[in-house]
Design a protein around this ligand. Structure first.
Ligand code: URA
Length: 440
């Protein structure tokens, strides 16, 4: 069958066969199919969808398009964690050393920032000397020496995804569920860690803004991972306001270190501990044992020591006094009294990216001193003069008044008392039981 016939079949809503999906992925990975045909197939999939079996086949073929590291074969107890991305989401940097301190090895592939959310790889590179460009053997050595291997996403892992993702970006086919699931999971499965915890964000700073959409994604990701033999659980957590108190690169690493030093943002700490606990439960711990061990590693200093060890093992500078700092800071305070009703995570994320924590073009470097510290959270009571946020300015030229206006506009202050949003909604199954997953 020619590839155009496969496009027509999908256009008419038929399910693709294993061979057709194979041809599509090989054609993308080796660039042997013309981009017009790949784009037409992407649009047909986007409009007609794929059933679970097709999505699994697509993911499987995408994994096979590049290197497969099979970490589980060498380190069966290792765990991985993936977040669908958010603002001030520094959970990976807290969770990895926390788990290492409890004797659970971690292997994670870190990516660059996308749009309004900063990437883990960008954050780690804010630490002078920190490297993530390890090969498989080096990654295994790192896990043995410090309990954690952070690796940069490379073009050798799931290359078909690189071609397809770039085409999706310019053909309006990014939001398709089977395309998102296969894209995310192909990279996870290529690394091949045996245990995976998924943190699917919902809310205005998330990639899937409604709870129903986020739940659908969480369920599909978990189903594909489990179907391919990975012990997996998926949580839904809030991304209506920034998770941690810092948005940027160096400032987010500091925020993570503060949690490991038994302080820091309460919400960042809560999500990190809950996901780490789940990883341990998936590895056979009881929930109470896991919780006690995690709490004790935070209060005893073991988690912070694990962080220092992992930074050094990755070539980085552990002394935070030597990390990048802003050239100047600008504090923004409340001018009226009231209750914080909204903190627009997406707008704050875009502003942080614009002032230096993100890239305006592919080639542009980041300003690791830049970012935003968020002081007020939904449900807080504020009086005039109390701090809303501090803008950390790097070297990029910015219009401070315009930035202040956008940051101030991100905080909606009202006269009605509001409760903070529920931070951890639970696993996909818990949410289904409570009927929450159907909320728009
Ligand atoms: N992240 C990915 O890697 N792929 C997607 O399609 C969406 C988010």
């Amino acid at each position: 069958m020619s590839f155009v016939e496969s496009i027509i079949r999908k256009r008419e809503g038929e399910a693709l066969t294993r061979e057709e999906i194979h041809d599509f992925v090989v054609g993308a990975g080796r660039e042997t199919l013309p981009p017009e045909q790949l784009a037409a197939m992407l649009m047909a999939i986007c409009c007609r969808g794929m059933n679970d079996h097709e999505t699994r086949l697509l993911t499987e073929q995408m994994v096979r398009s590049g290197e497969e590291w099979e970490i589980a074969a060498a380190r069966p107890t290792a765990v991985d964690k993936h977040s669908t991305g958010g603002v001030g989401d520094t959970v990976s940097l807290v969770l990895a050393p926390l788990l290492a301190a409890c004797g659970v090895p971690v292997a994670m592939m870190a990516g660059r920032g996308l749009g309004h959310s900063q990437g883990t790889l960008d954050k780690l590179e804010a630490v002078p000397g920190f490297r993530c460009d390890w090969n498989r053997d080096e990654a295994l050595d790192l896990m043995d020496s410090c309990g954690v291997a952070f690796m940069a996403q490379s073009e050798r892992i799931a290359p078909a995804d690189r071609t397809l993702y770039a085409l999706r970006d310019i053909t309006g086919t990014v939001p398709s569920l089977p395309l998102i699931v296969s894209s995310i999971m192909s990279k996870k499965l290529a690394l091949g860690v045996g245990t995976l915890v998924l943190d699917v964000k919902w809310g205005r700073g998330a990639f899937r803004p409604t709870l129903a959409l986020a739940r659908e994604l969480a369920s599909a990701l978990r189903s594909v991972a489990r179907g391919m033999g990975v012990t997996t659980e998926a949580f839904l957590t809030d991304m209506n306001q920034p998770l941690g108190p810092a948005l940027g690169t160096a400032c987010e690493v500091r925020a993570a270190r503060d949690v490991l030093d038994a302080g820091g943002g309460a919400d960042l700490r809560a999500v990190s501990v809950r996901l780490a606990q789940e990883a341990m439960v998936l590895r056979g711990w009881s929930a109470e044992q896991a919780r006690d061990e995690l709490e004790s590693s935070l209060t005893s200093g073991r988690a912070l020591a694990a962080w220092d060890r992992l930074v050094e093992a990755h070539g980085g500078e552990p002394d935070p006094e030597r990390w990048p700092v802003p050239a100047q800071t600008h504090e923004i305070v409340a001018i009226e009294s009231g209750w914080v009703m909204e903190v627009a995570a997406d707008t704050l994320g875009w502003v942080a990216a614009e002032i230096g924590a993100g890239r305006r073009s592919r080639e542009e470097g980041l300003d690791h001193g830049a970012g935003i510290l968020v002081h007020a959270r939904i449900g807080d009571r504020l009086e005039p003069g109390q701090p809303l946020a501090t803008v950390l300015m790097g070297d990029r030229e910015i219009d401070v008044n315009a930035i202040e206006e956008r940051v101030r506009g991100s905080f909606q202050i009202g006269s009605d008392r509001v409760s903070p949003p529920q931070l951890i909604l639970g696993t996909v199954d818990e949410i289904a039981e409570e009927g929450l997953g159907t909320r728009d």
